[in-house]
Design a binder for this molecule. Structure first.
Ligand code: ADP
Ligand code: MG
Length: 273
């Protein structure tokens, strides 16, 4: 594997119990400093893939490599120092403050008795500054808005000083302003701190705008991968999502927008008559 690749998967497959495969034969590699968006319809295997590459699940077949080490040869703490995973839904049963939540990002660095040092506290403070939540540090996590809570969990993740930051649908429940704010933050962490990003998104336009590469999943298989402009073409989108779209270029040619066509509505209308 070239030195530049920080993560690689070889023919990954996964079955939940004896059921159908959630993921089949997934092979890809990601270079250090990359920004990969994983796309695909509901149930196409996005979350399962994130769980496999962060070592939460073990593959039924195939392997995951971090740099050139198989992930199952690493200890949990070693993985936690390299990869931070922000799951889609985080349930908090206890009334933690934002500061406590962010400090939990240091758990893999704490000694036997688990007491944080000055350095850990300073790193947590920097993370809160970077994510713009310093003013919220004494607030209870469950009393924050969805956008603020998302930033607190991103702050927790970067407090672990990971090489790879993985986020599962970080903007799905947010309004357009917070969507852009979170993606700008992730982009900034990617370009300024060279953190490799893997993110699942539902919004194809946001993937177009922010990701350097996309991986399109369909029923557990890779349907296409590469730069957004080569993957997110109308034929592929029709094949995977079963909708017709047009690609519209901005007047300066720098941005592209994917616009669903109205034929779907007509079809439904016809069915109803
Ligand atoms: P996505 O994140 O793209 O919506 P998932 O990876 O969550 O897709 O799911 C892929 C497939 O695996 C789906 O068919 C889903 O029903 C199934 N699946 C996901 N989680 C479980 C689970 N804990 N037990 C059984 N099947 C699951
Ligand atoms: Mg999912």
């Amino acid at each position: 594997m070239p030195d530049n690749d920080i993560l690689k998967t070889n023919n990954l497959s996964f079955k939940y119990g004896a059921g159908v495969r959630a993921l089949s034969d997934v092979s890809f590699s990601l270079e250090k400093g990359g920004f990969l968006a994983i796309l695909g319809p509901n149930g196409s295997g996005k979350t399962t893939l994130l769980r496999l590459i962060s070592g939460v699940l073990k593959p039924s077949e195939g392997e995951v490599f971090l740099q050139d080490t198989p992930i199952d040869a690493l200890q949990r703490k070693d993985i936690a120092r390299k990869i931070a995973f922000v799951p889609q839904q985080i349930h908090i049963d206890f009334p933690f403050t934002v500061r406590e939540i962010v400090l939990m990002g240091r758990f893999s660095y704490l000694g036997g008795i688990g007491i944080e040092k000055k350095e850990d506290i300073a790193i947590a403070r920097d993370s809160m500054e970077m994510t713009g939540i310093s003013h919220l540090q004494d607030r209870m996590i469950h009393q924050l808005s969805a956008g603020e809570r998302q930033r607190a969990f991103i702050a927790q993740a970067i407090t672990a000083q990971p090489e790879i930051l993985i986020l599962d649908e970080p903007v799905s429940s947010l309004d357009i302003k917070y969507k852009v704010q979170i993606l700008e933050l992730i982009s900034w962490l990617n370009s300024r701190n060279n953190i490799t990003i893997i993110v699942t998104l539902h919004d194809l336009n946001l993937a177009f705008q922010y990701a350097k590469n996309v991986l399109l999943l369909n029923r557990g298989f890779i349907s296409a991968s590469g730069p957004p402009e080569s993957v997110l073409v109308p034929e592929k989108i029709r094949e995977v999502y079963d909708i017709d779209v047009s690609i519209i270029k901005s007047s300066d040619g720098k941005d592209s927008f994917i616009m669903p066509s109205r034929q779907g509505t007509e079809k439904t209308g016809r069915k109803l008559t």
